[in-house]
Ligand binder design. Structure first.
Ligand code: HEM
Length: 443
């Protein structure tokens, strides 16, 4: 440890005294129970030491979280946890860029996720979901999470590349499916936690799924550039490419590849969808209320169901920032160089903000709107999820379409526990269900 790292460590708020190896084991195998136990023992601000991801000051007081999310962009850097994503997303992914490059790239990535474009995505989601549910087996149990991954992958591929009809895009979709399947495994996550991202970069089974994806994305970038601007300008690829060109700063092939990987490797939406169904199936009265609302064409309860799912089962439990200037948090003078981590999971389970925090109660969002610094499944500030509105729209359209066509029953009566995969926090049995088709609805 260098002298300055030691100085930072000494000035941090208290946390468990367990050796970092043991904290890493708890963080990997029982993260939720570990975070809750730490909050009971140390309060809303405490320090964890996790191997390969660094030393984090976890925050779950709304005032502290607001301070971090509203701090000047150039006083915050990328947290170490994001660098774990480097081997998959690439070093020039918007998630890994420091300021001012981060803001420049983010600004050019946002337009496809706003305005009129969003309406078209809604139709794509409904279409893709219908095609997918038509293939579901009737009467035999199957896992919904991989089916949700198939839907979100198809949606983002169509939105990014215009369509998935071309053979090279169909091929890329299949390679992405294999990569996602590889990353779903909690066993791989445990190995990654133990050995770190360098192990991942050199691991032959990871290379076998990652290299072909990289090659296929690069090939598509070259093909599109060779074809010129006239092709597919309205898809996400075209919009981002033109935005950079208009600023006179076209991206290199590698940069474009990293931007595309960041968009098409979507873990959180599919696991959040799997959780929506897992929770709804085990709360039949909520499911019924939702169905009734869907039949009337209204969306307020649907919106509340989506928000409550993202509150109760956030796919991403923390976001991280490196402080480039000291900050006072929870009465501690946290020094520059420290990593602070607004904790989504602990914030969403605060009893004073969410009474009966472990219950699935969508009604709470009908009574009170979600707070900017207390409902934070998409993080916040200048690094807030660039596609939050897109993800909310997608979740609503998938749930609506599935419930119009399908009746769902859980295979086990017990709720599914939360397990970590390399991509997101997912249901232990991947939201296993048995389905039957609904009787045709009157026209
Ligand atoms: C329910 C679904 C999703 C959840 C819960 C989610 C959550 C998050 C979170 C927690 C962050 C980090 C925010 C922070 O550090 O403050 C993030 C960043 C990001 N997400 Fe999402 N996300 C979802 C869907 C998506 C989708 C579908 C896309 C792309 C199509 C996407 C693209 C991004 C990008 C580009 C960033 C980086 C933004 C930046 O650094 O400026 N996300 N997301």
């Amino acid at each position: 440890m260098t002298g300055s790292t030691q100085k930072i460590e000494g000035a941090l708020p208290p946390g468990p005294r367990l050796p970092s190896a043991l904290q890493t084991v708890y963080w990997t195998s029982r993260p939720l129970a570990f975070m809750r136990a730490c909050r009971r023992r140390f309060g809303d601000v405490f320090t964890l030491r996790i191997r390969h991801t660094g030393t984090w000051v976890l925050l779950s007081d709304p005032d502290d979280v607001k301070k971090v999310f509203t701090a000047q962009a150039d006083t915050l850097g990328v947290g170490e946890a994001n660098t774990l994503l480097g081997p998959v997303l690439g070093q020039s992914s918007v998630m890994l860029l420091e300021e001012p490059a981060h803001m420049a790239h983010r600004k050019r990535m946002l337009p496809p996720f706003h305005g009129r474009q969003m309406l078209d995505y809604g139709q794509v989601v409904t279409e893709v979901t219908r095609e997918e549910t038509a293939r579901w087996p009737v009467g035999e149990p199957f896992a919904l999470w991989p089916r949700m991954q198939a839907i979100t992958l198809e949606v983002i591929m169509r939105a990014t590349f215009g369509s998935t009809d071309a053979p090279q895009i169909r091929h890329l979709r299949e390679l992405m499916r294999q990569l996602t399947e590889w990353m779903n495994s909690p066993r791989r996550l445990a190995t990654l936690a133990a050995f770190g991202p360098r192990w991942l970069v050199g691991n032959s089974s990871f290379r076998a799924v990652m290299d072909p994806v990289e090659a296929a994305v690069l090939e598509e970038v070259r093909r599109r550039r060779a074809a010129g601007e006239q092709e597919g300008e309205k898809d996400i690829y075209g919009i981002i490419e033109s935005a950079h060109a208009a600023e006179g700063q076209p991206l290199t092939e590698q940069e474009m590849r990293d931007e595309l990987m960041t968009l098409i490797l979507d873990g959180p939406t599919s696991s959040s969808l799997a959780w929506s169904f897992e929770r709804l199936m085990r709360n039949p009265e909520k499911l019924e209320r939702l169905r009734e609302e869907i039949a009337t064409g209204q969306e307020s309860y649907l919106d509340a169901v989506v928000r409550e799912t993202l509150r109760l089962r956030p796919a991403v439990p923390v976001v991280v920032r490196r402080l480039l200037a000291p900050m006072e948090l929870g009465g501690h003078a946290v020094p520059a160089g420290a990593t602070v981590a607004p904790c989504i999971y602990l914030m969403h389970h605060r009893e004073d903000i969410y009474p009966e925090p472990d219950r699935f109660l969508p009604e709470r969002f009908l009574e009170r709107p979600a707070g900017t610094y207390t409902w934070i499944p998409f993080g916040g500030g200048v690094r807030r999820c660039a596609a939050a509105s897109f993800a909310l729209l997608e979740m609503k359209r998938v749930i609506q379409t599935v419930l119009q066509e399908i009746d769902l029953r859980p295979v086990r009566s017990q709720p599914e526990k939360v397990v970590r995969s390399s991509i997101a926090y997912a249901p232990e049995h991947w939201a296993t269900a048995t389905v039957s088709r609904r009787a045709a609805l009157p026209a």
